[in-house]
Design a protein around this ligand. Structure first.
Ligand code: SF4
Length: 516
């Protein structure tokens, strides 16, 4: 008999023991935990959400983030909107990285963060903390909406943002899950938030009158533009729509909540960037036709104006008048800014195919285009056009695909993401960052034709400089022999072999575990 003082007989109750049915997934590895996070999310009841993401953002070889965290896409969309607050819920290291990058890219606003630990995560206290924070922040004088984003771990744990109130004091609450294991690229994460906001706004429109656009309503039918563009591009598109009796509507992702209503109130949607699947679902639900591709170069502009004419049921004469007003100018601009040389192109912005069209019409030889985005019906015309010119178009291209193409082609210029550019430079191949140097230029209509020649030709002219740099640095070592050594690099192939043995053993153990 124990002499422990007890209040009731609970301490005497027999404890039922047994074996766990399933091992709890290991989420400690973050982005590197492979399928474990997805498994955890499914166990936490998130299967429906993940299945929808799998349909919207079909995976290919590039099924895990190979660049920045996908949530950066949706975070940036929220941060660029007026009177919208953004709150992240995720591991501190993820939030640190995301806030760092967003401020690096000039976000002038704070990013909210609701921290958690394993206890608040498993007891449901994290959800209570999120709810408390949105109640505290919901000040209608400051905000139209608050966006709360679950990153990987809270998504995998099933933190139920859908249970947040949809509105507090007139401030809309939008909760989204943006896990790296469900959203392959940061481009598609932009769609997650754009789609969620459009869905919210569409319900508001259906429920009653909504705010009019700040600049007033256009007296002509509008075309909503889908995808972030160089600021002059929507103006150029507007000029090309004018002879058709149309006007350019808002650009989605929007900069202000009320623009969402104006975006839905269009005559057609131009899917300039083709990966906005969830946003397109909302436009289709509102009965809006979608036009793929974009007015880039001569052929692209001719086909796009015809597509817009079809969507609005305009006469062939009217479309021909618009084409005649702009196509000669585009042809002239392309001829005045020729590009001679072989270029490989890759990126994750979604505009890679459009840029390739422009380069080819400028005279460049482009044997390979890789995009991290998936194939969708709205990029089909661009892919077909490029294939007809002999271009290998790779959707959901992985970094390995892009690097292999660059190494095999040995182009005069490699346009790509940071690691592709880095690799090309190490080989003495001139290269340009797609995001900073190509995306930040006009592409549409006469203003876009010829806009790439200056930067592209200048980069290709740098071949001699790249060669001399490569020769200068040759022999300083790379990989584990890089850096400054007082003597010869301290190579230990025996350590390497020993470590490899350890890895092989772990792999064998994991394989054996799978079979049990
Ligand atoms: S939230 Fe982003 S950084 Fe964090 S684990 Fe997921 S993909 Fe990686």
């Amino acid at each position: 008999m124990s002499d422990e003082v007890t209040y009731d007989g609970a301490a005497e109750a027999r404890v039922i023991t047994g074996t766990a049915v399933e091992t709890a997934p290991d989420m400690a590895g973050g982005c590197h935990s492979g399928a474990e996070m997805e498994k955890a999310a499914r166990m936490a009841g998130q299967s429906e959400l993940l299945d929808q993401y799998a349909r919207d953002y079909p995976k290919g070889p590039h099924d895990q983030p190979q660049s920045m965290c996908p949530a950066f896409g949706s975070l940036r969309v929220g941060l660029r909107m007026k009177r919208v607050a953004t709150v992240l819920s995720g591991s501190a290291c993820c939030v640190y990285g995301l806030t760092f990058v967003s401020h690096f890219y000039g976000a002038r606003r704070s990013v909210g963060y609701v921290p958690f630990n394993s206890e608040t995560l498993v007891t449901g206290k994290l959800f209570e903390d999120i709810r408390e924070s949105v109640h505290e922040m919901a000040d209608p004088d400051r905000f139209d909406a608050i966006v709360v984003t679950n990153l990987c771990v809270p998504t995998a744990s099933g933190v139920p943002l859908r249970l947040l109130p949809s509105e507090i004091n007139g401030v809309r609450i939008v909760g989204i899950d943006v896990p790296g294991f469900g959203i392959p690229t940061h481009a598609e994460a932009k769609d997650v938030l754009a789609g969620a906001m459009l869905s919210y706004a569409r319900k508001e429109v259906m429920a009653g009158p909504v705010a009019a656009p700040a600049g007033g309503k256009s007296d002509r039918p509008t075309v909503t533009l889908l995808g972030e563009m160089f600021p002059a591009d929507p103006m150029m598109i507007g000029a090309m729509l004018a002879p058709l009796g149309l006007a350019a509507g808002p650009v989605v992702p929007c900069r202000e909540w009320r623009e969402l209503y104006a975006a839905l109130d269009c005559g057609a949607v131009a899917a300039i960037h083709p990966f906005y699947t969830a946003a397109i679902r909302e436009f289709e639900a509102a009965g809006r036709p979608i036009v793929g591709s974009a007015p880039v170069g001569h052929d692209g502009t001719a086909a796009w104006l015809a597509g817009i004419g079809d969507a609005f049921g305009l006469s062939a004469d009217r479309v021909a008048a618009a084409q005649n007003a702009f196509l000669p100018a585009i042809k002239g601009a392309l001829a005045n800014a020729p590009i001679k040389g072989t270029i490989t192109l890759s990126g994750y912005e979604g505009s890679e195919l459009l840029v390739a069209r422009l380069l080819i019409e400028s005279g460049a030889n482009v044997p390979y285009v890789g995009t991290a985005c998936p194939k969708t019906p709205w990029s089909a015309a661009d892919a077909d056009w490029l294939s007809s010119k002999g271009v290998k178009v790779k959707f959901r291209a992985s970094l390995e695909d892009d690097c292999a193409a660059m190494e095999a082609v040995q182009p005069d210029l490699a346009i790509g993401t940071t690691p592709v550019v880095q690799k090309a430079k190490a080989k003495g191949i001139p290269s340009l960052y797609f995001t900073n140097l190509i995306s930040a230029r006009p592409l549409m209509g006469p203003a876009g034709a010829g806009s790439l020649a200056e930067v592209v030709n200048a980069a290709m002219g740098n071949k001699a400089r790249m060669d001399s740099m490569r020769d200068f640095f040759a022999g300083v070592g790379e990989g584990d022999t890089a850096g400054i050594w007082e003597g010869s690099p301290n190579l230990r192939p025996d350590f390497r072999a020993q470590h490899q043995k350890k890895l092989d053993k772990q792999a064998r153990a994991a394989k054996a575990q799978e079979m049990i």
